[in-house]
Design a protein. Structure first.
Length: 393
């Protein structure tokens, strides 16, 4: 038995009221069947794109997909992606199809990627399965609709989507589909770096990633001739997506920068990855002075990521990891200084006391070193007395 919320039922009824057929399709149906929450709701309909526009002229969120007979429609605080029945053909650049509208869902289904995404549902006809998708859901497997070699040649994004769905749903990939994924691995080079990044990060975050990570590594090895540095690690206590990425993709022979450039990372994300790589041999210790010394050089977010990296590599045991996290919490709650900005004395006080400009930075860093070891010394009176002593030297 499959059910959908009232908003979805109300939205489908809008089409019925205008004498059009409409179904919930794709991932929404799949996720409902496996008890997984979903945020994206896809609707396919017999209505043409112009008829959809007329029905929801005040609710159109985006016209971005209009050339593919698709519109984003807002209805009762939910955004639906609504697409006319269509047939995709003559793919360009292994990604972009020329489309033409078809008249039935029986034709529409054959353009879809995987059998588990080829299920249709509405209240009038119930669950419709023309591609054996229900069986594949029950057997927890990802399988293309039709010849996998043809489907991946048509659209290379399907290669990454297969891995992502397997990871997110904790499914396995059917043998012929997997063989075609590896065979056509070089095709992912035709995808934008942004799409590669989006799909890979979602794959890394999937609950079933451990079961398909070998396939992801093999895919990128075939596509980009990658050899990997890390082989023994655990994602059990890793939540930071960039830590996961580094564990999987840190190269053995190529430079980290070269591999990062396959992806669309921001400057900030690249800096964090470089920092993690540079500190891969600096194992955090359950010692406040050591922790604050690290926090002096890297951000709190980067420190947390570094701890997760070493936990994943089994260089921090569970009890030490927890103790470090507790000490970090204490440092934060007690407002213990580990940066110049947290010192109770500032450069303007040194100027007021006529300290030579060239010595101010050296003095403040000496103060920081002292309060890192002795947090109780971070008070204005004590530090100004140090300032007076420094000037007298």
């Amino acid at each position: 038995m499959i059910t959908f919320n009232q908003t979805i039922l109300d939205f489908l009824s809008q089409f019925q009221a205008h004498n059009h057929e409409a179904f919930v399709v794709g991932g929404s149906v799949r996720d409902a069947l496996i008890g997984r929450s979903t945020h994206d709701v896809d609707i396919t309909t017999s209505a043409s794109i112009d008829e959809i526009k007329a029905m929801f002229k005040d609710n159109i969120v985006s016209l971005e997909g209009v050339e593919y007979q698709s519109l984003a429609i807002s209805f009762q605080d939910t955004v639906f992606q609504v697409t006319s029945y269509r047939h995709d053909s003559e793919y360009e650049f292994h990604r972009f199809p020329k489309t033409r509208q078809v008249i039935s869902y029986q034709d529409d289904v054959w353009r879809r990627d995987f059998t588990v995404n080829g299920l249709y549902w509405n209240p009038q006809k119930g669950l419709i399965d023309l591609v054996n998708g229900l069986s594949d859901i029950n057997h927890r497997r990802i399988k293309t609709i039709g010849d996998p070699h043809l489907r991946f040649e048509e659209d290379a994004l399907r290669i990454l989507r297969a891995l992502r769905f397997a990871s997110e749903c904790d499914f396995m990939i059917e043998e012929n589909t997997l063989e075609a994924i590896i065979h056509h691995a070089p095709l992912i080079q035709s995808l934008s770096r942004e799409r590669i990044t989006q799909e890979v990060i979602k794959t890394l975050n999937g609950s079933g990633f451990k079961n398909i990570q070998v396939h992801l590594k093999q895919l990128f090895k075939e596509a980009y001739s990658l050899e990997y540095f890390y082989h023994n690690y655990s994602f059990e206590e890793v939540f930071h997506p960039l830590v996961k990425w580094l564990l999987v993709f840190k190269p053995k022979y190529q430079s980290l920068s070269e591999v990062m450039n396959i992806f669309a990372f921001t400057r900030k994300e690249k800096d964090l990855l470089i920092m993690l790589d540079e500190h891969a041999f600096v194992i955090p210790q359950a010692d406040k002075v050591h922790i604050k010394g690290l926090l002096r050089r890297i951000s709190m977010d980067a420190f947390g990521a570094l701890c997760q990296l070493h936990r994943a590599l089994n260089q921090l045991d569970a009890s030490t990891f927890e103790e470090i996290m507790k000490l970090v919490s204490d440092i934060h709650l007690n407002q213990e200084a580990y940066t110049l900005a947290q010192l109770k004395i500032k450069g303007d006080e040194c100027v007021r006391k006529k300290m030579p400009y060239v010595e101010i930075s050296q003095f403040l860093n000496a103060c920081l070193e002292e309060v890192i070891e002795h947090p109780e010394h971070n008070n204005f009176e004590y530090l100004t007395s140090l300032c007076d002593e420094w000037i007298k030297k």
